[in-house]
Design a protein around this ligand. Structure first.
Ligand code: PLP
Length: 454
């Protein structure tokens, strides 16, 4: 079979049998898909041997590049011992050791680790722990959750209730529970024309008003600290995070930090909460937890929250939640190796220069483009918002698929990125080199020009 025949066979099988996530399959089945066969460093390699820079870390999860020796070895070593055993009624070696490692790097006060398999489940766990916590400690009226406008917390029904998107989730609406929503101080989106300080004040006043509406009923605030990712990369200042936590705690409720996207260095600190010295009661992790190798997630909790669940069997206080692969040893072993790389290679300490280089490159090559309306960056998380007329803030029509056309133009130039509508996201592995970073931004600039200035 020639290379071309091999590719054609895979395309035929894909189009016949596979249903892709977040994908209009009618469009997909008319197109020739990129089929990845291998990875090497910060590159993806397709079945025909063409190399692509992985500009969004394989959906925001890869950290140290692909085929990282230490992670490959940890996986192989664990496979030589055992691939899986359950955490219901048993413990396993890597999941136990990983818990210790996570507590050591997490914001102070988080001492307990509950595993799941995806970021959405980590959020689901946090929700359910928070809800049960208040029942257990005798405040049963605390059942309401507060979330930010535009937030995304994953795709299980509970997580969708928190992070509702009209575009994606309208068909699910009858199944969702009510959540209070407050808009972050995002100047471009909600407070156009206001100075950042004034937007911050307005956003906090709005949150305070909402929180005050039903005293004693708030269970928790759920927040993506510093950068709301899937919303379209909306950043907020550390003061917002700090003040929101203060308001919520003053109302007696819990703070849940969803660090599924922001965790493991993406914003320049190990966890984005650190920018505001936030010490959440619950913290959700996923994506980069295994360096982007395997599906593993975790919800970290304080001793105070954990303690509420202790009791005698006949009291039924336990947290009745779990999945078959919870705490999977292969994934946990890679998670341990991932933390070791962060330590051994001083990954966080070495990020500052790269983040600054990204800032400069964006300023020089992206911000001046005629149809770039806003450029947002927190660490190595970047959103580039395109508009037909940036001064009049006139967006492109959805049918024009501007974001999609830009990422296709980038792909033709050997860079894989992915848009959120007309926001072009750049989120390279932390291990990206200076040259690769220049390529990423340079190609993105060319692709934007090709599509928007045609
Ligand atoms: N929370 C945040 C902030 C996310 O960005 C995501 C995914 O993008 C999730 C939760 C859901 O994670 P997963 O896709 O692993 O379920």
């Amino acid at each position: 079979m020639t290379e071309q025949e091999g590719y054609a066979r895979l395309v035929e099988l894909d189009h016949r049998h596979v249903w892709h996530p977040f994908t209009q399959m009618k469009t997909w089945m008319k197109e020739e898909p990129l089929i990845i066969a291998r990875g090497e460093g910060n590159y993806l390699i397709d079945v025909r041997g063409k190399r692509y820079l992985d500009g969004v870390s394989s959906l925001w999860c890869n950290v140290h590049g692909h085929r990282k020796r230490e992670l490959d070895e940890a996986l192989a070593m664990q496979a030589g011992r055992i691939a899986h055993s359950t955490m219901l009624g048993l413990a396993n070696v890597p999941a136990t050791e990983l818990a210790e490692g996570l507590v050591a790097v997490a914001p102070r006060g988080l001492t307990r680790v509950f595993y799941a398999d995806s970021g959405a489940e980590a959020v689901e766990v946090a929700l359910r722990v928070a809800a049960q916590y208040w029942q257990l400690i005798g405040e049963p009226r605390r059942t309401r959750f507060l979330a930010l406008g535009g937030s995304y917390h994953g795709d299980t029904v509970g997580a969708v209730s928190l992070g509702y998107s009209e575009q994606f989730h309208r068909h699910l609406r009858p199944l969702l529970f009510n959540v209070q929503r407050t808009d972050p101080p995002h100047v471009f989106r909600f407070y156009h024309g206001l100075a950042r300080g004034a937007a911050l004040e307005r956003a906090l006043a709005e949150a305070e008003r909402l929180i005050g509406e039903a005293p004693g009923e708030l269970a928790a605030l759920v927040i993506e600290p510093i950068m709301q990712g899937a919303a379209g990369m909306w950043d907020h200042p550390p003061e917002y995070l700090r003040e929101m936590a203060r308001l919520v705690r003053a109302a007696g409720a819990l703070v849940i930090a969803d660090e599924v996207a922001t965790g493991f260095g993406r914003t320049g600190r190990m966890f984005a909460s650190e920018h505001a010295d936030l010490r959440p009661d619950l913290m959700c992790l996923g994506k980069g937890l295994t360096g982007g190798y395997l599906p593993l997630a975790a919800t970290l909790a304080t001793e105070e929250v954990f303690g509420a669940f202790l009791g005698e069997p006949e009291e039924y206080r336990a947290f009745y939640y779990g999945h078959t692969y919870t705490g999977n040893p292969l994934a946990a072993a890679v998670g341990c190796a991932n933390l070791a790389i962060f330590r051994n290679e001083a990954v966080i300490d070495r990020l500052a220069g790269r983040i600054e280089r990204m800032r400069q490159a964006l300023g020089e090559r992206i911000a001046p483009l005629a149809h770039v309306a806003d450029v947002r960056q927190a660490g190595l998380m970047v959103g580039i918002e395109l508009m037909r007329d940036r001064d009049r803030r006139e967006p492109y029509q959805v049918a024009e698929q501007t974001g999609v056309r830009v990422i296709k133009a980038a792909r033709r130039r050997g860079v894989v990125i992915r848009p959120l509508g007309d926001v072009i996201v750049l989120m390279p592995p932390l291990a990206i080199s200076d040259d690769e970073l220049d390529t990423l931004v340079g190609v993105t600039s060319e692709a934007i020009r090709e599509v928007t200035e045609a």
